[in-house]
Design a protein around this ligand. Structure first.
Ligand code: GLN
Length: 220
């Protein structure tokens, strides 16, 4: 029997990898190995060609405002393939800056409007009074998550019927200081503000690995 390989696309790993987000990929690769699969990870960066459907999972980590503004321009080339991939219910995880860029825009502390992919109906804005930084704890449908957040952007959904929240805050801010919710879910795409990395929470890592392998089986 040949070993099956899980193919992961890591968007802009060289520019968007704050607070150990690449740990999410390491944890998933470890789980796949335990389950008898090999994993290959392709980093997609500036000017690279990319077809999301070549992959079983797409990952997009967090970044600082400057790097995000550079990435946001190049990223527009991949709007079609990513929106089709997300609509096709294929698995994707965006963390912090990577999450923000799936929405319409991110208005930074410098007053710059960084255009997102505008695939999902939410937007992110800066407000002067606080940066959301510290430990977080929240409840998801897969159980409790403990992580770390550090962002100035506050995310608000524009279509609350279409999107679901990823979690309900127990500690920390999540999307914004007003609503008590963390992250976003749409089909098999998750957006989250959690670094740490998020997938050190093995309940979430295993649920995501299940989803990725299930999706792979449907394809085979
Ligand atoms: N630069 C964005 C913000 O401050 C995202 C931060 C991050 O990805 N850690 O909101």
């Amino acid at each position: 029997m040949t070993t099956q390989n899980v193919k992961i696309a890591y968007l802009y790993e060289d520019l968007m990898n704050t607070y150990g987000d690449s740990g999410d990929i390491k944890i998933l690769s470890y789980i796949f190995k335990q389950r008898g699969f090999t994993t290959t990870v392709d980093t997609i960066s500036i000017d690279d060609q990319f077809n999301a459907f070549d992959y079983d999972f797409v990952f997009f980590g967090g970044g600082q405002d400057f790097e995000q503004s550079v990435v946001a321009v190049d990223l527009q080339r991949h709007k079609k393939t990513l929106s089709e991939y997300i609509e096709a219910d294929k698995p994707m995880l965006g963390i912090c800056g990577g999450y923000q860029l799936l929405g319409e825009y991110y208005l930074t502390s410098a007053g710059e409007k960084i255009q997102g992919l505008n695939i999902l109906p939410f937007h992110t804005v800066f407000k002067a009074d606080s940066r959301m930084i510290g430990d977080t704890k929240y409840e998801t449908k897969w159980g409790t998550v403990e992580a770390f957040e550090n962002h100035s952007g506050r995310t608000y959904f524009d279509d609350k019927d279409k999107l679901s929240f990823f979690g309900k805050m127990v500690e920390g801010y999540g999307n914004n200081p007003d609503e008590g919710h963390e992250g976003m879910m749409y089909k098999s795409t998750i957006g989250s503000y959690s670094h740490g990395p998020l997938l050190k929470n093995m309940n979430i890592a295993n649920a995501l690995a299940d989803k990725i392998l299930e999706n792979k089986k449907v394809q085979a």
